[in-house]
Write a protein that binds this ligand. Structure first.
Ligand code: NAD
Ligand code: IPM
Ligand code: MN
Length: 355
């Protein structure tokens, strides 16, 4: 089976982590029926500097005509705010990728890197954030008038809320979760009041799932206090952006967290949740696991290859028991570069797939 994958390396550590993601795709090609044709779709700050746009039409065409997009990270310090980052929003809006799925799982082998004390880690952390990805503050990027007035509108529609909340309920059901958590700011925001109403309307169709609501401020505290209590967490665009970065550090590093920007059964985009990490770019020390686990999500979600996807995750866990990039280092294990971490995971995956 052949799949066309558009690839955006982007800026900063983007190309470094993408190289490792592609390494994993090559192993999959060698040991399965899947074949990949990779097509470059340049985007980001470097592209903006050269062409004055961060998402050239040609790149978007390539992406639209692919089976999925593997995306690195974009952003260069010193550029006008937002000119690089708008490329991501154009892809999410342009392809109507309304689901941003962000799993955050603390591997047993990485418990040593969780910043929480044992009593707060409890039985473990395994949360999936289902972030709305096209509405809220991101629906309208606002404007600034004469450097005096600035505005952004927070827009939620019934259709937008219904589709993301329904996706989250279905996800929770499929995962056999006992409960689903909705996060909002309904004590203040009208948009959240609509969101909460819709959450409970849809919830009536899922009598066996326990439903709970949190306000975002308090949720950020509970996320650290009792992270083991959350399973599926559905939330709006901006709240999801912020809470998922916080949660990513609980599993050891922002570099560990993967994501899928999904429109079910259409071209979807897979990327680590971190940015271009200019502070470590070009040093061959970035953690490639967020990207490699995004490849896992691509295989499971866009290509319906759950088993292969799971093998990637097992290979990651095995590799973490032997070596680590510096952000998750452990004094008793080898400290590895980006390339070495990718090599080790690729080697573990080969061994698993050979069996
Ligand atoms: P960042 O996520 O790039 O970095 C935050 C911190 O996490 C840094 O200390 C960084 O070194 C560390 N980190 C990130 N990825 C890592 C990895 N793979 N391995 C180890 N450590 C890692 O956030 P920032 O510094 O606020 O943003 C930098 C640029 O990236 C900005 O231009 C921002 O707009 C952009 N950004 C892009 C995306 C994206 O492309 N999807 C996402 C977030 C931020
Ligand atoms: C993310 C990023 C993006 C967002 C930015 C870079 C547009 O922070 O994917 O989490 O805000 O969604
Ligand atoms: Mn973010």
């Amino acid at each position: 089976m052949k799949k066309v994958i558009a690839v955006t390396e982007g800026d900063g550590v983007g190309p470094e982590v993408i190289r490792e993601g592609i390494k994993i795709l090559k192993v999959i090609e060698d040991y399965s029926e899947l074949q990949f044709e990779l097509r470059e779709a340049p985007a980001g700050g470097g592209v903006w500097k050269e062409y004055g746009v961060s998402l050239p039409d040609k790149s978007f065409e390539t992406i639209k005509n692919s089976d999925a997009l593997l995306f690195g990270a974009i952003g260069i310090p010193g550029l006008p705010q937002g000119v690089a980052e708008i490329a991501i929003l154009k892809i999410r809006q342009g392809l109507d990728l309304y689901v941003n799925l962000r799993p955050v799982k603390l591997y047993e082998t990485l418990r040593d890197r969780c910043p929480l004390k044992e009593e707060y880690i409890g039985p473990g952390i395994d949360i999936t954030f289902v972030r709305e990805n096209t509405e809220g503050l991101y629906a309208n990027i606002g404007g600034i008038l004469k450097n005096e007035v600035a505005q952004n509108l927070m827009i939620y529609t019934r259709k937008g809320c219904e589709r993301i909340i329904s996706y989250a309920f279905e996800f929770a059901k499929q995962m056999n979760h006992q409960k689903i958590t909705s996060v909002d700011k309904a004590n203040v925001l009208k948009t959240s009041q609509l969101w909460r109403t819709i959450f409970h309307e849809i919830g009536e169709k899922y009598p066996s799932l326990k439903k709970e609501d949190y306000y975002i401020d308090s949720f950020c505290q509970w996320l650290i206090r009792e992270p083991y209590k959350f399973q599926t967490v559905v939330l709006g665009n901006m709240f999801g952006d912020i809470a998922s970065d916080e949660a990513a550090f609980l599993i050891g590093s922002l570099g560990m967290a993967s994501s899928g920007n999904i429109h079910p059964n259409k071209v979807s985009m897979y990327e680590p949740i971190h940015g271009s990490a200019p502070d470590i770019a070009g040093k061959n020390i970035a953690n490639p696991i967020g990207t490699i686990l995004s490849v896992k999500l691509m295989l499971s979600i866009s290509f319906a290859q759950n088993e292969l996807g799971n093998e990637i995750e097992f290979a990651v866990e095995e590799a973490l028991a032997e070596g680590r990039t510096v952000d998750i280092k452990n004094s008793t294990l080898k400290t590895l570069s980006t390339v070495e971490m990718g090599d080790l995971i690729a080697q573990k995956l080969k061994l698993r797939l050979k069996k």
